[in-house]
Design a protein around this ligand. Structure first.
Ligand code: BTN
Length: 251
């Protein structure tokens, strides 16, 4: 399997990210880090790849990224948090990615619930968390320098270079993501406040595609666990823990 580390380096000084492994190619950095977690790897391992042959997206989708043009990385955490607060480590990742993209490339972003980093209605980055026992693997895919948008993603995805962003090397962007992520993990209430501030979904009319059918209403708030509170026509708030959100035009 082509997952031999091309290089191993320490992460940013003073952070919990003690080792960064860069691979040329792997099936999925999330899959690999989950395997390392099961084998007992310590919190703070980071694995990045130039290319994924079976990148994983949310809701069982495939994550597509042209080779060498995106930040594709997964970090291993072992959060000591009650179950209803564990999701905050995922929220903190999307806040870190959004902030790092803005500060390194100059591209202004917003967040779409639950963890998409957007430019307008096009997706620039996504976050996928997968858990096993006490381990949480947080995978981040950031579209940085795409020569073109793959045909199947036209109108859906974008990349920093296509939004007029300043060129940024992947190690520089990763360094900024990890520094910010480390700080947010130390202050999860602050990360949730920052998430709410950045969340473009709030106040929008939305449709949430749930396993038992669509739910339509106004995205009123997110609760302490990051769940979306949707105000439906009756005025009731419906709590949504997982699902896909579509931003609708106001009625
Ligand atoms: C989403 O669907 O929005 C989440 C996408 C997460 C993609 C990243 S790329 C690095 C890591 N490894 C994977 O297989 N997926 C995540």
């Amino acid at each position: 399997m082509p997952d031999q580390a091309a290089s191993r380096k320490p992460g940013p000084a003073g952070t919990r990210f003690h080792e960064i492994r860069w691979l040329a190619s792997v099936d999925s950095t999330n899959r690999l880090v989950l395997e390392e977690a099961r084998a007992g790897a310590a919190e703070g391992l980071v694995v990045c790849a130039g290319e994924q042959t079976a990148g994983r997206g949310r809701q069982g989708r495939t994550w597509i990224a042209p080779a060498g043009s995106s930040l594709l990385c997964s970090v291993l955490l072992r959060p000591r948090l009650p179950p209803d607060r564990r999701h905050l480590v995922v929220i903190a990742a999307s806040v870190a990615v959004a902030g790092a993209v803005e500060s390194t490339t100059g591209v202004a972003t917003s967040l779409k619930w639950p963890n998409d980093v957007m430019v307008g209605e096009a997706k620039l980055a996504g976050v996928l968390a997968e858990a096993d026992g006490d381990a949480v693997v947080v995978g981040m895919g950031v579209n940085v320098d795409w020569p073109e948008v793959p045909a199947e993603l036209i109108g859906v995805a974008t990349a920093a270079n296509r939004e007029g962003g300043r060129p940024v090397g992947l190690p520089t962007l990763l360094d900024e993501v990890l520094r910010r992520y480390d700080a947010h993990l130390d202050d999860l209430p602050g990360a949730l406040r920052e998430y709410r501030r950045r969340l473009g979904t709030l106040g929008r009319r939305v449709r949430v595609d749930l396993s038992d059918g669509p739910l339509t209403g106004i995205a009123a708030d997110v609760d302490h666990a990051g769940h979306l509170l949707v105000e439906v026509e009756s005025g009731c708030l419906v709590e949504v823990a997982a699902g896909d959100v579509v931003h609708l035009r106001s009625a």
